[in-house]
Design a protein around this ligand. Structure first.
Ligand code: ATP
Length: 278
Protein backbone atom coordinates (compact mmCIF):
# COMPACT_ATOMS: atom_id res chain seq x y z
CA UNK A 1 0.00 0.00 0.00
CA UNK A 2 1.36 3.44 -0.87
CA UNK A 3 1.69 6.17 1.75
CA UNK A 4 -0.88 8.94 1.94
CA UNK A 5 1.93 11.49 2.17
CA UNK A 6 5.57 11.03 1.19
CA UNK A 7 7.91 14.00 1.35
CA UNK A 8 11.66 14.10 0.82
CA UNK A 9 13.88 17.14 1.29
CA UNK A 10 11.04 19.67 1.32
CA UNK A 11 12.33 23.20 1.39
CA UNK A 12 10.51 26.51 1.21
CA UNK A 13 12.21 29.86 1.05
CA UNK A 14 10.48 33.20 1.31
CA UNK A 15 12.48 36.29 0.43
CA UNK A 16 15.18 36.57 3.07
CA UNK A 17 13.93 33.59 5.03
CA UNK A 18 13.95 29.78 5.02
CA UNK A 19 10.55 28.67 6.36
CA UNK A 20 10.98 24.92 5.79
CA UNK A 21 14.52 23.64 5.79
CA UNK A 22 14.61 20.17 4.23
CA UNK A 23 12.06 17.90 5.89
CA UNK A 24 11.06 14.28 5.23
CA UNK A 25 7.59 13.02 6.11
CA UNK A 26 5.82 9.69 5.71
CA UNK A 27 2.17 9.38 6.65
CA UNK A 28 0.53 6.01 6.17
CA UNK A 29 -3.02 5.64 4.95
CA UNK A 30 -5.45 5.57 7.86
CA UNK A 31 -2.99 7.24 10.19
CA UNK A 32 -3.63 10.36 12.31
CA UNK A 33 -0.44 12.41 12.18
CA UNK A 34 0.07 15.58 14.20
CA UNK A 35 2.52 18.30 13.28
CA UNK A 36 3.54 20.26 16.36
CA UNK A 37 5.73 23.31 16.67
CA UNK A 38 5.86 26.87 17.93
CA UNK A 39 4.49 29.87 16.02
CA UNK A 40 6.45 30.39 12.82
CA UNK A 41 7.95 26.87 12.80
CA UNK A 42 6.72 26.19 9.27
CA UNK A 43 3.65 24.03 9.90
CA UNK A 44 1.15 25.97 7.81
CA UNK A 45 3.68 26.41 5.02
CA UNK A 46 4.27 22.64 4.95
CA UNK A 47 0.59 21.79 5.05
CA UNK A 48 -0.30 24.29 2.34
CA UNK A 49 2.42 22.89 0.08
CA UNK A 50 0.92 19.41 0.56
CA UNK A 51 -2.51 20.83 -0.28
CA UNK A 52 -1.15 22.38 -3.46
CA UNK A 53 -1.75 25.96 -2.30
CA UNK A 54 1.92 26.91 -2.08
CA UNK A 55 4.88 25.84 -4.16
CA UNK A 56 7.92 24.25 -2.62
CA UNK A 57 11.32 25.70 -3.44
CA UNK A 58 12.75 22.16 -3.54
CA UNK A 59 11.90 18.59 -2.63
CA UNK A 60 9.86 15.58 -3.69
CA UNK A 61 6.22 15.57 -2.64
CA UNK A 62 3.62 12.88 -3.09
CA UNK A 63 0.12 13.24 -1.66
CA UNK A 64 -2.30 10.38 -2.32
CA UNK A 65 0.18 9.20 -4.94
CA UNK A 66 0.37 12.48 -6.87
CA UNK A 67 2.48 15.60 -6.94
CA UNK A 68 0.30 18.49 -5.70
CA UNK A 69 1.95 20.79 -8.26
CA UNK A 70 0.49 18.85 -11.17
CA UNK A 71 -2.47 16.97 -9.67
CA UNK A 72 -5.93 17.72 -11.05
CA UNK A 73 -9.47 18.14 -9.77
CA UNK A 74 -10.03 14.44 -9.13
CA UNK A 75 -7.13 14.48 -6.70
CA UNK A 76 -8.33 17.66 -5.03
CA UNK A 77 -11.80 16.21 -4.46
CA UNK A 78 -10.18 13.47 -2.35
CA UNK A 79 -8.77 16.06 0.07
CA UNK A 80 -10.64 17.69 2.91
CA UNK A 81 -9.21 20.96 4.06
CA UNK A 82 -9.89 22.93 7.21
CA UNK A 83 -7.89 26.10 6.97
CA UNK A 84 -6.86 28.40 9.79
CA UNK A 85 -8.38 31.41 8.12
CA UNK A 86 -12.13 31.73 7.73
CA UNK A 87 -13.46 32.11 4.20
CA UNK A 88 -16.30 34.39 3.34
CA UNK A 89 -19.73 33.14 2.55
CA UNK A 90 -21.07 35.12 5.46
CA UNK A 91 -24.40 36.04 3.83
CA UNK A 92 -25.41 32.40 3.37
CA UNK A 93 -26.92 30.24 6.09
CA UNK A 94 -25.03 27.31 7.59
CA UNK A 95 -27.15 24.78 5.69
CA UNK A 96 -26.78 26.66 2.39
CA UNK A 97 -23.02 26.84 2.82
CA UNK A 98 -22.62 23.13 3.56
CA UNK A 99 -24.94 22.17 0.67
CA UNK A 100 -23.04 24.47 -1.66
CA UNK A 101 -19.74 22.83 -0.72
CA UNK A 102 -21.25 19.34 -0.99
CA UNK A 103 -22.10 20.00 -4.64
CA UNK A 104 -18.41 20.51 -5.42
CA UNK A 105 -17.61 16.85 -4.68
CA UNK A 106 -18.39 13.70 -6.66
CA UNK A 107 -19.46 11.63 -3.66
CA UNK A 108 -20.48 13.99 -0.86
CA UNK A 109 -21.92 13.11 2.51
CA UNK A 110 -25.43 14.15 3.47
CA UNK A 111 -25.12 17.85 4.43
CA UNK A 112 -27.71 17.61 7.22
CA UNK A 113 -25.89 14.67 8.75
CA UNK A 114 -22.61 16.57 8.65
CA UNK A 115 -24.22 19.63 10.25
CA UNK A 116 -25.53 17.39 13.00
CA UNK A 117 -22.14 15.78 13.47
CA UNK A 118 -20.49 19.15 14.14
CA UNK A 119 -23.41 20.10 16.39
CA UNK A 120 -24.75 22.97 14.34
CA UNK A 121 -28.27 21.65 13.68
CA UNK A 122 -29.78 24.39 15.81
CA UNK A 123 -27.88 26.94 13.76
CA UNK A 124 -28.62 25.41 10.35
CA UNK A 125 -30.81 28.37 9.33
CA UNK A 126 -28.59 31.01 10.88
CA UNK A 127 -26.43 33.21 8.69
CA UNK A 128 -22.76 32.37 8.82
CA UNK A 129 -21.86 35.89 9.93
CA UNK A 130 -24.00 35.49 13.05
CA UNK A 131 -22.04 32.47 14.33
CA UNK A 132 -19.71 32.64 17.32
CA UNK A 133 -16.02 31.93 16.76
CA UNK A 134 -16.31 28.32 17.93
CA UNK A 135 -19.45 27.71 15.87
CA UNK A 136 -17.74 29.20 12.82
CA UNK A 137 -14.84 26.82 13.36
CA UNK A 138 -17.25 23.87 13.52
CA UNK A 139 -18.70 25.01 10.21
CA UNK A 140 -15.16 25.02 8.77
CA UNK A 141 -14.80 21.42 9.92
CA UNK A 142 -18.15 20.52 8.33
CA UNK A 143 -16.91 21.96 5.03
CA UNK A 144 -13.71 19.93 5.36
CA UNK A 145 -15.50 16.60 5.78
CA UNK A 146 -18.61 16.98 3.61
CA UNK A 147 -16.71 15.72 0.53
CA UNK A 148 -15.92 12.39 2.24
CA UNK A 149 -12.15 12.97 2.00
CA UNK A 150 -9.51 10.23 1.92
CA UNK A 151 -7.07 12.70 3.46
CA UNK A 152 -8.19 15.42 5.85
CA UNK A 153 -6.01 18.40 6.72
CA UNK A 154 -6.90 20.05 10.01
CA UNK A 155 -4.95 23.22 10.72
CA UNK A 156 -5.48 24.06 14.40
CA UNK A 157 -9.03 22.75 14.28
CA UNK A 158 -10.17 23.33 17.85
CA UNK A 159 -8.95 26.87 18.46
CA UNK A 160 -11.83 28.70 20.12
CA UNK A 161 -13.79 25.56 21.11
CA UNK A 162 -15.08 25.31 24.64
CA UNK A 163 -13.70 22.26 26.51
CA UNK A 164 -16.83 20.16 26.18
CA UNK A 165 -17.25 20.76 22.46
CA UNK A 166 -13.56 20.09 22.05
CA UNK A 167 -13.92 16.63 23.64
CA UNK A 168 -16.84 15.80 21.39
CA UNK A 169 -14.87 17.06 18.41
CA UNK A 170 -12.10 14.62 19.31
CA UNK A 171 -14.68 11.82 19.22
CA UNK A 172 -15.73 12.99 15.78
CA UNK A 173 -12.13 12.93 14.52
CA UNK A 174 -11.47 9.52 16.09
CA UNK A 175 -14.59 8.24 14.36
CA UNK A 176 -13.37 9.51 10.98
CA UNK A 177 -9.98 7.91 11.61
CA UNK A 178 -11.58 4.58 12.49
CA UNK A 179 -13.53 4.84 9.26
CA UNK A 180 -10.20 4.95 7.38
CA UNK A 181 -9.70 8.69 6.79
CA UNK A 182 -6.06 9.73 6.94
CA UNK A 183 -5.68 12.89 8.99
CA UNK A 184 -2.89 15.45 9.14
CA UNK A 185 -3.42 17.74 12.08
CA UNK A 186 -1.53 20.79 13.25
CA UNK A 187 -2.17 21.86 16.79
CA UNK A 188 -0.76 23.80 19.69
CA UNK A 189 -2.64 21.62 22.15
CA UNK A 190 -0.45 18.78 23.35
CA UNK A 191 -3.40 16.98 24.95
CA UNK A 192 -5.12 17.03 21.57
CA UNK A 193 -2.11 15.43 19.90
CA UNK A 194 -1.89 12.86 22.66
CA UNK A 195 -5.53 11.84 22.36
CA UNK A 196 -5.81 11.87 18.58
CA UNK A 197 -2.46 11.19 16.96
CA UNK A 198 -0.90 7.84 16.12
CA UNK A 199 2.35 9.70 15.45
CA UNK A 200 3.61 13.23 15.93
CA UNK A 201 6.46 15.25 14.49
CA UNK A 202 7.86 18.36 16.13
CA UNK A 203 8.88 21.12 13.77
CA UNK A 204 11.14 23.91 15.00
CA UNK A 205 12.61 26.61 12.77
CA UNK A 206 11.73 24.64 9.66
CA UNK A 207 13.28 21.33 10.72
CA UNK A 208 11.84 18.18 12.24
CA UNK A 209 13.53 17.84 15.61
CA UNK A 210 11.69 14.71 16.77
CA UNK A 211 9.18 12.21 15.51
CA UNK A 212 7.41 9.27 17.14
CA UNK A 213 4.28 8.14 18.90
CA UNK A 214 2.98 10.50 21.59
CA UNK A 215 4.06 7.92 24.19
CA UNK A 216 7.66 7.58 22.97
CA UNK A 217 8.46 11.06 21.60
CA UNK A 218 11.86 12.28 22.77
CA UNK A 219 12.39 8.95 24.62
CA UNK A 220 9.59 9.96 26.96
CA UNK A 221 8.83 6.33 27.80
CA UNK A 222 12.42 5.75 28.88
CA UNK A 223 12.82 8.95 30.84
CA UNK A 224 13.41 8.71 34.57
CA UNK A 225 10.31 8.54 36.69
CA UNK A 226 9.79 10.73 39.71
CA UNK A 227 8.58 8.77 42.72
CA UNK A 228 7.04 10.74 45.60
CA UNK A 229 5.78 9.46 48.92
CA UNK A 230 5.35 10.44 52.54
CA UNK A 231 6.39 8.72 55.76
CA UNK A 232 6.79 9.72 59.43
CA UNK A 233 9.76 11.95 58.50
CA UNK A 234 7.83 13.92 55.89
CA UNK A 235 7.76 14.01 52.08
CA UNK A 236 10.39 12.34 49.89
CA UNK A 237 11.14 12.09 46.21
CA UNK A 238 13.48 10.01 44.10
CA UNK A 239 14.24 9.96 40.38
CA UNK A 240 14.74 6.51 38.96
CA UNK A 241 14.58 4.71 35.61
CA UNK A 242 13.15 1.64 37.44
CA UNK A 243 10.27 2.89 39.60
CA UNK A 244 8.65 -0.53 40.08
CA UNK A 245 11.85 -2.05 41.48
CA UNK A 246 12.50 1.03 43.57
CA UNK A 247 9.05 1.04 45.13
CA UNK A 248 9.10 -2.69 45.78
CA UNK A 249 12.40 -2.41 47.66
CA UNK A 250 11.36 0.74 49.49
CA UNK A 251 7.96 -0.44 50.60
CA UNK A 252 8.41 -4.12 51.42
CA UNK A 253 4.95 -5.00 52.63
CA UNK A 254 4.06 -1.63 54.18
CA UNK A 255 1.76 0.84 52.49
CA UNK A 256 3.42 4.08 51.25
CA UNK A 257 1.36 7.18 51.94
CA UNK A 258 0.55 9.54 49.06
CA UNK A 259 2.62 7.50 46.59
CA UNK A 260 2.81 8.91 43.05
CA UNK A 261 4.94 7.97 40.05
CA UNK A 262 5.20 10.55 37.26
CA UNK A 263 7.04 10.64 33.96
CA UNK A 264 7.51 13.69 31.73
CA UNK A 265 4.28 14.73 30.06
CA UNK A 266 4.15 15.19 26.29
CA UNK A 267 4.23 18.91 27.02
CA UNK A 268 7.45 18.58 29.09
CA UNK A 269 9.10 16.66 26.26
CA UNK A 270 7.83 19.09 23.66
CA UNK A 271 9.08 22.17 25.52
CA UNK A 272 12.44 20.49 25.90
CA UNK A 273 12.62 19.71 22.19
CA UNK A 274 11.88 23.26 21.14
CA UNK A 275 14.36 24.59 23.67
CA UNK A 276 11.91 25.99 26.21
CA UNK A 277 12.31 23.23 28.79
CA UNK A 278 12.53 24.32 32.34
N1 ATP B 1 3.67 34.31 2.42
C1 ATP B 1 4.75 34.46 3.19
N2 ATP B 1 5.72 35.33 2.85
C2 ATP B 1 6.83 35.48 3.61
N3 ATP B 1 7.05 34.80 4.75
C3 ATP B 1 6.13 33.93 5.14
C4 ATP B 1 4.92 33.71 4.40
N4 ATP B 1 4.19 32.76 5.04
C5 ATP B 1 4.87 32.42 6.15
N5 ATP B 1 6.03 33.11 6.21
C6 ATP B 1 7.07 32.97 7.27
O1 ATP B 1 7.52 31.63 7.29
C7 ATP B 1 7.68 31.15 8.63
C8 ATP B 1 6.81 29.93 8.85
O2 ATP B 1 5.45 30.34 8.86
P1 ATP B 1 4.24 29.32 9.04
O3 ATP B 1 2.97 30.09 8.88
O4 ATP B 1 4.43 28.15 8.14
O5 ATP B 1 4.44 28.86 10.56
P2 ATP B 1 3.46 28.01 11.51
O6 ATP B 1 4.31 26.95 12.11
O7 ATP B 1 2.25 27.57 10.78
O8 ATP B 1 3.09 29.08 12.62
P3 ATP B 1 1.72 29.26 13.50
O9 ATP B 1 1.78 28.24 14.60
O10 ATP B 1 1.88 30.64 14.03
O11 ATP B 1 0.54 29.10 12.60
C9 ATP B 1 7.32 32.33 9.53
O12 ATP B 1 8.50 32.95 9.95
C10 ATP B 1 6.49 33.25 8.65
O13 ATP B 1 6.67 34.59 9.02
Amino acid sequence: MTSAVRVRGLRKEYPGQVAVDGIDLDIERGEVFALLGPNGAGKTTTVEILEGYRRATAGQIEVLGEDPRTAGRGWRSRLGIVLQTVNDAAQLTVAETVRHFARCYPNPRDPDEVIEQVELTEKARARVRSLSGGQRRRLDVALGIVGRPDLLFLDEPTTGFDPEVRRRFWDLISGLAHGGTTILLTTHYLDEAEVLADRVAVLAAGRIVAEGTPATLGDRDRAEALVRWRDDNGYHEERTPFPTKFITQLAGDRELAELTVTRPSLEDVYLNLIGEGR
